[in-house]
Design a protein around this ligand. Structure first.
Ligand code: DL6
Length: 802
């Protein structure tokens, strides 16, 4: 949009005055942030309304991305940037003698997601809007986000994340679009008087779902979409009538992102959350469709619903419910519409992460949903049995063993099932979802994940953005495949020097942040070795721990002096009930405490565990990363996206052939990535042979043995049972993730990395090639592929060029 500095200054003063009846010079940072936020949002209002009208007037196909988690990160800079007014805002605030960085610091981050899955959803919404595609988000407005992580004596402590305690300038409560969601009670069918049946509900708990809408402004205002987050409230009819228990039942729905699902009540609450946002979302989608005034059979032509993993899989029976019970369609017609509207993305290989619900609980909470799922299952078996026989059909049943299998429902009730990296999709096809692939081969496809270059390069790394633009022009910003032109600079010494300078500046910025936040001074001449991701045994932070212990002992005990200095940077949260993950955090923190305070070691080795890792912290860390650790056991990580973000910022990957690392390897070339460890076939053979004996590796590799012993022999102070449990996981419980097997190749590859760092030109060259090869991982391409192959959706118009 067009905005002069003068106009912005005037608008800002007025906005502040009207809101607080005072001059902006009296404002606190919080007030300044709120005034600025609402002002920027108001600049987007016209575009947002126009697009809403445009979609309806032109009966555009709209895509709804249903996800139980989103991790949007902060909005202020992103929105100003996408509106094209960031520089004007900066200048205007300077004129007003205000500090934008301070204001940005105040903005709370909506941590309404956990990790990759939620962040992916937000990248896709950003790309959808940038491409001018009508792609909207649908989720839950959790009052408390993922916990705030604090370290107390090295232990993770979880504190509530009350991100909505102050008014949130980006959202609009939209009362007129509220809908009612029904749960519990009884449902029975009676004649509807026109030859069919209709359900009669008794004693249900009725919940008012109120949407909060957040504008998703596309880069260069290509379009503006909506992230709709639902909040649960008492219906006006029930106001004053409901008992305390029922009120509490409603209130708790959008209280916390993760109910404690180790209890029956916790599980039930999670199921309630799932149905709540699904039912509200589907009702609102159908309302939207009705504005088109088209026959219902055209629903799939005008609406696509993408379900982000199985948490929103109830979209299938809910859409069926509306079509059958409210729209009075026949089962066959309703089913055809549903399957052609819904598409499913699978994000995990881990069997324990595949969702199932116990029938008793499900039936009691969602009786009509259960009836419909039962019928879907019955018809599925009836159709497939003659074609595929008993065993295969049984394997694919939705209801069996007293459980409802949500992935089965998602595949049977949709027209597309995709994995999130090519290796992952292959594993789904020939292993975890094999029987479904046999039944519905045409439904399976791959959509490798992607990341938005706007948040994860343009905004968080302006130095690198400027350098690339200086060397290859502007085109790459809207067409990241143009980044490959940057390869032409690989032998340009000047460019390589400039690249090194940018990296150093980013390292210094991170070092300053670490000093301010955690009081630790880190060595910016050392390699910044980064491992940022959820803490999980399959991701193998414990392998990195062994590697660091090994380094420590080489310096401390063996007296090695010729060792490349490194700062090991971790960012990770452990699920509150995940004991092993919490123990790994404690041990890393105690090791950090030991090493960082030991002057014999700390010029060569330091550890920083960034407290409360989140999107905003990632934006500090990623531009400074030199090594990107992607060391999951091959075959376990569906894709990963941190690997793509760090590559784009010039980090060199140390990784296994897992998830999207495989594609990173293919694009960047084997000389510019450090691959180690077993590949997926080797892991599979090892699993099948059952012949893995971790002790053998422990006993025959003295370096490994010494590092493992350090977990229990007092080398690391203040670590008792935590070290013992990790030790036992390696040696007593069979080392499920083959850390001991992969250790040797891991540490050797790390030594190669050290050697490479001695040759800065060569290091910078590889770093540059990583940046230049990262274009294909832009979420703009991923979303474009979803739009063409799955959604059949077209952009409203093309984004303006820079
Ligand atoms: O697709 C986004 C993201 C992938 O990059 C990660 O590899 C994958 O672990 C994550 N999946 C989940 C779902 N549950 N589990 N486990 O978060 O999705």
């Amino acid at each position: 949009m067009e905005l002069t500095t003068k106009q912005f200054v005037k608008d800002f003063k007025e906005r502040y005055f009207n809101k607080y009846s005072n001059e902006y010079t009296t404002g606190t940072d919080e007030q300044l942030y709120y005034a600025l936020g609402t002002l920027i949002r108001s600049y987007a209002s016209k575009g947002w309304k126009n697009m809403r009208d445009n979609y309806i007037d032109n009966r555009r196909k709209q895509v709804y991305y249903f996800s139980i988690e989103f991790l949007p990160g902060k909005f202020l800079l992103k929105n100003a940037y996408n509106l094209g007014i960031l520089e004007t805002v900066k200048e205007g605030l300077k004129e007003l003698d205000l500090d934008l960085d301070r204001i940005v610091e105040i903005e709370p981050e909506p941590a309404i997601g956990n990790g990759g899955l939620g962040r992916l959803a937000s990248c896709y919404l950003d790309s959808g809007a940038a491409l001018g595609l009508p792609v909207h988000g649908n989720g839950i407005r959790y009052k408390y986000g993922l916990f705030k992580q604090k370290f107390v004596d090295g232990h993770q402590v979880e504190l509530p994340d009350n991100w909505l305690k102050d008014p949130y300038p980006w959202e609009i409560r939209n009362n007129v679009s509220a809908v009612t969601v029904r749960m519990g009670g009884n449902v029975w069918m009676r004649e509807d008087g026109i030859g069919g049946l209709e359900p009669v509900y008794e004693d249900t708990l009725d919940i008012l779902a109120v949407p909060y809408d957040n504008a998703l402004i596309g880069y260069n205002e290509a379009t503006t979409n909506n992230l709709r987050l639902w909040s649960a409230e008492v219906t006006p009819e029930d106001e004053g009538k409901l008992d305390k228990h029922s009120r509490l039942q409603i209130k708790e729905i959008n209280e916390n992102l993760y109910p404690d699902d180790t209890t029956y009540e916790g599980k039930r609450l999670r199921l309630k959350q799932e149905y709540f946002f699904v039912s509200a979302g589907v009702q609102s989608v159908i309302r939207q469709f009705k504005k088109y005034d088209l026959p219902r059979k055209q629903i799939p032509d005008k609406i696509a619903i993408q379900i982000n993993d199985t948490h929103p899989a109830l979209v299938i029976p809910e859409l069926m419910r509306i079509l059958l019970d409210e729209e009075k369609l026949s089962w066959e017609r309703a089913w055809e519409i549903t399957v052609n509207t819904v598409a499913y993305t699978n994000h995990t290989i881990l069997s324990e992460a595949m969702e199932t619900w116990e029938i008793g609980m499900f039936k009691e909470l969602l009786p009509r949903m259960y009836q419909i799922i039962e019928e879907i299952n019955r018809r599925h078996v009836q159709e497939q049995l003659p074609l595929y026989g008993r065993s295969l059909t049984y394997a694919t049943q939705i209801i069996k063993d007293g459980q409802i299998h949500m992935a089965h429902l998602a595949i049977i009730g949709s027209h597309s099932t995709n994995g999130v990296a090519s290796l992952h999709t292959e594993i789904l096809k020939d292993d975890s979802l094999k029987q479904f692939y046999e039944m519905f081969p045409h439904r399976f496809n791959n959509k490798t994940n992607g990341i938005t270059q706007r948040r994860f390069l343009h905004l968080c790394n302006p130095g690198l953005t400027e350098l690339i633009t200086k060397k290859i022009g502007n085109e790459w910003k809207t067409n990241p495949s143009e980044l490959k032109i940057f390869k032409g600079q690989e032998t340009n010494k000047q460019t390589l020097k400039e690249l090194e300078k940018v990296k150093l500046a980013n390292k210094k910025r991170l070092a300053k942040y670490v000093k301010e936040q955690q009081g630790l001074e880190i060595n910016t001449d050392a390699i910044f070795d980064v491992m940022i991701k959820r803490l999980h045994a399959y991701k193998r932070q414990q392998l990195q721990l062994l590697h660091i212990i090994d380094r420590y002992l080489r310096i401390k005990v063996d007296g090695e002096t010729d060792i490349q200095p490194r700062v090991f940077i971790f960012g990770a949260k452990a699920a509150p009930g995940y004991r092993f993950a919490k123990q790994v955090i404690k041990v890393i923190n105690e090791l950090a405490n030991l090493i960082n305070h030991d002057d014999e070691v700390n010029d060569k080795l330091q550890i920083v565990f960034i407290e409360n890792y989140n999107v905003s912290k990632a934006e500090y860390i990623i531009p400074a990363a030199e090594i990107s650790e992607q060391i999951s056991l091959a075959g376990k990580e569906a894709s990963g996206t941190g690997n793509m973000k760090m590559m784009l910022n010039g980090a060199i990957t140390v990784g296994t052939m897992d998830g999207a690392n495989v594609e990173i390897h293919d694009y960047v070339g084997e000389d510019n990535i450090y691959i180690f460890g077993m590949d997926r076939e080797e892991v599979r053979d090892m699993n099948w042979s059952g012949g893995y004996n971790p002790r053998e590796f422990y006993e025959t590799n003295p370096r490994l043995q010494r590092a493992i012993n350090a977990l229990v022999d007092g080398t690391i102070p203040n670590v008792t049972h935590e070290g013992r449990d990790i030790y036992d996981a390696f040696l007593v419980h069979g080392d499920e993730y083959y850390c001991l097997k992969d250790f040797d190749s891991f540490v050797h590859v790390q030594e190669d990395v050290d050697k490479l760092y001695q040759n800065k030109t060569e290091w910078n060259r590889k770093s540059l090639l990583n940046i230049a090869s990262a274009g294909p991982f832009s979420s703009d391409f991923a979303v474009a592929r979803y739009a063409t192959d799955i959604w059949n959706a077209r952009p409203v118009h093309k984004a303006k060029k820079d």
